[in-house]
Design a protein around this ligand. Structure first.
Ligand SMILES: [Zn+2]
Ligand SMILES: [Zn+2]
Length: 412
């Protein structure tokens, strides 16, 4: 950004100096400045890093496992994906260009490992952002788009189902199933983790089967190749969430960014939270295989119950004040303070076997780092414990179910 400012100032100073520029050159400089500002400003959309706490026994890593660069149909150089990720406070990214498409074959050599290598080199210069080698295998017929990550050599993945990959994406006329299966078998040989991207009835996909989890996906699944699905690709996908439950797949939430991330200016890009033993590539893979993920999109968390509950309880701390009595009313009550220690906004409802505030219905919104009191009244039986049931309406543990958990608090 500093370099950007300096360059902008320099361009303006050239424009202002009357001696050395004629009108047409000045107009040219003016438009260069405009273009430059346009390029620089959208490059910084997310305004702050997101803090999400670790859960007991595991570190919480913020990851985006799906993004494109100029090596396929993206519009930025791979190292820029690193700059963005560091700015957004991510721990892990996977660069996943399309295996079958090159937009600029005349200036960029065909080497599917290169975007990863460029990004990796950039990350090594900056901090400890982990870059994972990946690719998007993307025929427009089943099994449609799938990411393979943790590959060893992307160039070994065959694309014999394509007629043209340069400038245009053209499938062969009579594609054989073996040709479509070939890159997946190679990915499996290399120990890759494969997940189904953005399952949907897009017009650009030649969908003939009613079920998005096609017979080809069944095959990949039975072979032990397909292990995950994008429940969020930019936005939430209920069909994908149902698919994840039905086939017990690891849930992902990724940006699939091709250009800039300006759309996330007021919030954050979608991300996959991975709960790892250590911050290493190996540990990330292990966690993905164990389905230890959560998806964070807008103000929502989508996860299986154990991860959802652990994460929620790591974000919220409770402190209970001593049993008190109201002034002018001898009703014994307790004040429980809920504190949000994360950047996630929570939409809650609290309930207990006693009278409870806030009204109505014990509903409350806990903004990031906000503290709010819950008053549990009518404790005439002097309970040793008070159980506070909390519904977190922004945490989905199933497509139709929010997280409900209990905070058991000792009374004293
Ligand atoms: Zn795709
Ligand atoms: Zn993609």
């Amino acid at each position: 950004m500093k370099i950007g400012m300096k360059l902008t100032k320099k361009l303006f100073s050239i424009w202002k100096s009357e001696n050395n520029l004629n009108i047409s050159s000045r107009i040219r400089v003016f438009f260069t400045v405009l273009l430059f500002i346009n390029i620089i400003l959208p490059a910084y959309p997310q305004t702050k890093k997101i803090y999400i706490p670790d859960i007991p026994g595991y570190k919480t890593l913020k990851c985006d496992f799906h993004m494109h660069t100029i090596y396929s149909d993206g519009t930025v150089w791979p190292n820029f994906r690193v700059v963005e990720a560091i700015r957004d406070g991510l721990d892990v990214i996977a660069v996943t260009d399309h295996l079958e498409f090159q937009a600029f074959p005349e200036i960029i050599n065909k080497d599917y490992n290169k975007p990863y290598e460029i990004a990796k080199e950039e990350a090594a210069k900056k901090n400890n952002l982990i870059v994972i080698r990946g690719i998007e295998i993307s025929p427009t017929i089943p099994p449609y788009h799938n990411n393979a990550i943790f590959l060893k050599d992307v160039n070994k993945l065959p694309v014999d189902y394509m007629k043209q990959t340069q400038k245009k994406f053209v499938l062969k006329d009579n594609v054989k199933k073996e040709e479509l299966m070939a890159p997946f078998l190679e990915a499996q040989k290399q120990g890759a983790f494969v997940f189904y991207n953005h399952p949907a009835y897009f017009t650009w996909l030649n969908i003939k089967e009613r079920d998005l989890f096609t017979s080809f996906h069944q095959d990949l699944y039975k072979k032990g190749i397909l292990k995950g699905v994008e429940v969020v690709n930019g936005s939430y996908n209920i069909d994908a969430h149902r698919m994840a439950e039905k086939y017990n797949l690891t849930m992902f939430g990724n940006s699939d960014v091709h250009g800039d991330l300006l759309g996330y200016k007021d919030s954050h890009r979608p991300m996959t939270l991975v709960f790892v033993k250590e911050k290493t590539e190996e540990s990330i893979k292990e966690a993905l295989l164990a389905r230890k993920t959560a998806v964070y999109v807008n103000d929502y968390i989508i996860a299986r119950r154990p991860e959802a509950e652990a994460l929620f309880k790591a974000c919220i701390s409770t402190t209970m004040a001593k049993m008190e009595k109201s002034v002018g009313n001898r009703e014994p009550f307790m004040k429980i303070t809920l504190e949000n220690k994360s950047d996630i906004k929570f939409n809650l409802r609290v309930s207990a076997d006693y009278s409870i505030k806030p009204y109505p219905l014990g509903q409350l919104v806990l903004m990031p780092y906000e503290k709010k009191d819950v008053v549990v009244g009518g404790l005439w039986n002097n309970p040793a414990k008070v159980e506070l049931t909390v519904d977190a309406y922004n945490i989905l543990i199933s497509p139709d179910k929010n997280l409900q958990t209990v905070f058991s608090l000792n009374a004293f």
